[in-house]
Design a protein. Structure first.
Length: 364
């Protein structure tokens, strides 16, 4: 082990490490370099940072990439972590090496322009902007260094883009549902049938586990309770099974010890995969996976299900909603969910979908 005459630097395995006490603060970290002069410069810079923070209250400069990394490391449990990681990876070439105080709408404009040029909708761009806003807010309000100083003095205003180009939901008619589900591979057809009868999100369906199933012997059925960390709104998600959803569950029971929906014994990461996209193109149907949730909601409304009941069945965030229900309350929820699973029998109100007619160029 080598030691420099300047106390505070030690060579371990060819790399210089800092080990020094400065104004009551211990610096114990690697310089990442084998060059002594570079290590001495890094030590001097760290000493000056501590002096400025301790004496003058001046924050050390942190780049956005450091804050983004901390955000991802602290939120690996989130159901949306893959989305956050994707956004931050896309943003890194534009703001990754910028100091936190230099990240604002001006420095984000190049990213916005590029995504718009690629044809991305404002809603898609807003997902990334909202991620930046969240990281900056944490840096300014929650994250503090060893001196008690927040990483950022104040968070700038990150404005989301207007949603005038937002795509409208595309609820399925019964005939469209029949054609779509018949064309899908069997495992996707089952998952979509479950989704359109429960209002679950894509990730909730794909991650569904048998140990989340709760028997309700008083009603001779079961429900699923998805933990909040797997749900977009961070609240436990009650999944009520109508007759169709229950039949789907019974059809896959015993196929896998842990996961409800699998493909050749492996979990399905997303319904929106190549199989789904191929069938959608073949049928020329402008539907997205999330439209199945919209379809369930629209059918509940068409069947006269009250708003508060619809919120519970759809898993919408509501501070008044609890996951503790009596058997009679669950029975009412199941009855409500069953009002949308009759299909073409005529017992369920038809969902009249009003859509703009697509005009050909010659008719305009």
């Amino acid at each position: 082990m080598g030691r420099n005459r300047n106390s505070g630097l030690r060579n371990r395995g060819g790399i210089w490490h800092i080990d020094k006490q400065v104004l009551g603060h211990r610096i114990h970290e690697s310089t990442g370099t084998s060059e002594l002069k570079a290590a001495e410069l890094m030590l001097a810079r760290r000493i000056e940072q501590i002096r400025q923070a301790s004496v003058f209250g001046i924050r050390p400069v942190r780049i956005f990439r450091e804050a983004a990394t901390r955000f991802l490391e602290e939120n690996t449990h989130l159901a949306t972590i893959r989305t956050y990681a994707f956004h931050l990876k896309e943003l890194d070439p534009y703001i990754g090496e910028l100091p936190l105080y230099q990240v604002h709408m001006g420095t984000l404009q190049a990213y916005i322009d590029r995504r718009k040029k690629e044809g991305k909708k404002n809603k898609t761009v807003n997902g990334a902007l909202a991620t930046v806003r969240r990281v900056l807010n944490l840096s300014a309000r929650l994250w503090r260094d060893e001196h008690g100083l927040t990483w950022l003095e104040s968070a700038p205003l990150i404005q989301l883009l207007p949603l005038h180009d937002a795509r409208r939901p595309y609820p399925l008619s019964w005939e469209e549902q029949y054609r779509l589900f018949k064309a899908l591979p069997d495992h996707l057809s089952r998952m979509c049938l479950f989704k359109v009868n429960t209002g679950c999100r894509d990730g909730e369906v794909c991650s569904l586990r048998w140990d989340w199933e709760i028997d309700v012997p008083e009603l001779g059925t079961a429900v699923f309770l998805i933990p909040g960390e797997k749900v977009k709104n961070r609240e436990d998600r009650l999944v009520v099974l109508n007759r169709v959803a229950k039949s789907v569950i019974e059809g896959v029971r015993g196929q896998h010890p842990e996961r409800v929906f699998t493909y050749y014994g492996r979990p399905v990461r997303s319904i929106n995969n190549n199989g789904w996209k191929s069938v959608r193109r073949k049928l020329d149907m402008p539907i997205r996976v999330h439209d199945l949730k919209h379809t369930f909601g629209r059918r509940l409304r068409a069947a006269g299900v009250p708003l508060e009941t619809r919120k519970i069945l759809l898993g919408h965030r509501n501070g008044d909603i609890t996951t503790h229900y009596s058997a009679p309350e669950l029975e009412e929820l199941i009855k409500a969910a069953n009002r949308v699973c009759e299909g073409k029998s005529g017992k369920t109100p038809a969902l009249v979908v009003l859509r703009h007619r697509t005009l050909s160029a010659s008719s305009r």
